[in-house]
Design a protein around this ligand. Structure first.
Ligand SMILES: Nc1ncnc2c1ncn2[C@@H]1O[C@H](COP(=O)(O)OP(=O)(O)OP(=O)(O)O)[C@@H](O)[C@H]1O
Ligand SMILES: [Mg+2]
Length: 275
């Protein structure tokens, strides 16, 4: 049987991790949303952050990209603690990262092209014509080339997500973080976006971290799952393990019945518990 090559065998162990949390406490002064999870996001993988509404998925993403300092412990992105860096060094790391925010966050007064050129203006000295050509190329990659000179208000929901994805890809990031990319889209458009993310990962070898609670999307794209509940980590591991786990949070999230073994165990405990 042919041996499958490990995906990134040439990389050192540290290079294999694109983002991590170490003894972290993440949240706000009066609310801890995640504590002591010690997550490691692997290079080349799609990791889905899942969990109920308001449990802290976006908060974790904000902490990962340098927008929310951890209350304790450390968060690292591409090997660096963003919160300990000078602005220049921090920008140098962020230049290698693409972010798609929950609401798309396109600037309404700017054309789609200008929106995509924003990160280029911020992080590079590219000439105007090269920026425009790059914006066109990025839009072609997401199947939206015709929208180059349109305003965000002229785009449908799915088109807005694609335009925001094109902006996140503007500087050929090593890591792409997306917060609810397919939320609010019809299933077909959502599935199209999933395929696009998988294509992007395959073609550009990007690591992708996606916050989502779309079941179909998770099953289609995730290699690994981080499941959070308010204040705690529920699960961190491969999708295949999450799908067969008997953890009640995972069982109810994936809408499965507990296995017969677990069901009969619980019944046994119920019947034998002291009154
Ligand atoms: N800036 C803030 N200050 C204080 N608390 C906040 C702030 N932003 C969010 N929260 C609280 O943190 C918790 C987690 O919010 P978060 O937006 O991370 O949830 P989420 O899992 O992304 O939810 P959703 O699926 O609805 O997007 C919520 O209780 C929310 O009210
Ligand atoms: Mg959110």
């Amino acid at each position: 049987m042919p041996q499958t090559e490990p995906l990134f065998s040439q990389l050192t162990p540290d290079d294999d991790i694109v983002a991590e949390t170490r003894n972290e406490r993440i949240g706000y002064p009066n609310l801890t949303t995640l504590e002591g999870a010690n997550l490691k996001f692997k290079r080349g993988e799609v990791t889905c952050i899942i969990g109920g509404s308001g449990c802290g998925k976006s908060t974790l993403m904000k902490a990962l990209i340098g927008l929310l300092p951890p209350l304790a412990g450390e968060v690292r992105l591409l090997g660096e603690n963003l919160y300990a860096l000078e602005e220049d060094q921090r920008n140098a790391v962020l230049r290698r990262v693409g972010v798609l925010f929950q609401n798309g966050a396109l600037i309404n007064s700017l054309s789609v092209a200008e929106n995509i050129m924003l990160p280029m203006r911020r992080h590079t000295q590219m000439p105007e014509a090269v920026m425009l050509a790059t914006a066109r190329l990025k839009l072609r990659q997401v199947g939206l080339e015709h929208a180059l000179h349109m305003l965000p208000e002229q785009l449908s929901g799915g088109m807005k997500k694609r335009a925001a994805l094109a902006r996140a890809l503007a500087l050929d990031p090593e890591v792409l973080l997306c917060d609810e990319p397919s939320a609010g889209l019809d299933p077909l458009t959502g599935a199209g976006l999933d395929r696009l993310l998988l294509d992007i990962r395959r073609i550009f070898k990007i690591s992708i971290i996606v916050v989502t609670h779309e079941l179909n999307s998770i099953r289609a794209i995730a290699d690994r799952i981080v499941m959070v509940a308010p204040g705690r980590l529920v699960f961190f591991g491969p999708l295949a393990e999450a799908l067969i786990s008997n953890d009640p949070d995972l069982v109810s999230f994936f809408g499965r019945q507990a296995t017969e073994q677990t069901a009969s165990n619980s019944l046994y405990h119920l019947l034998t518990e002291a009154p």
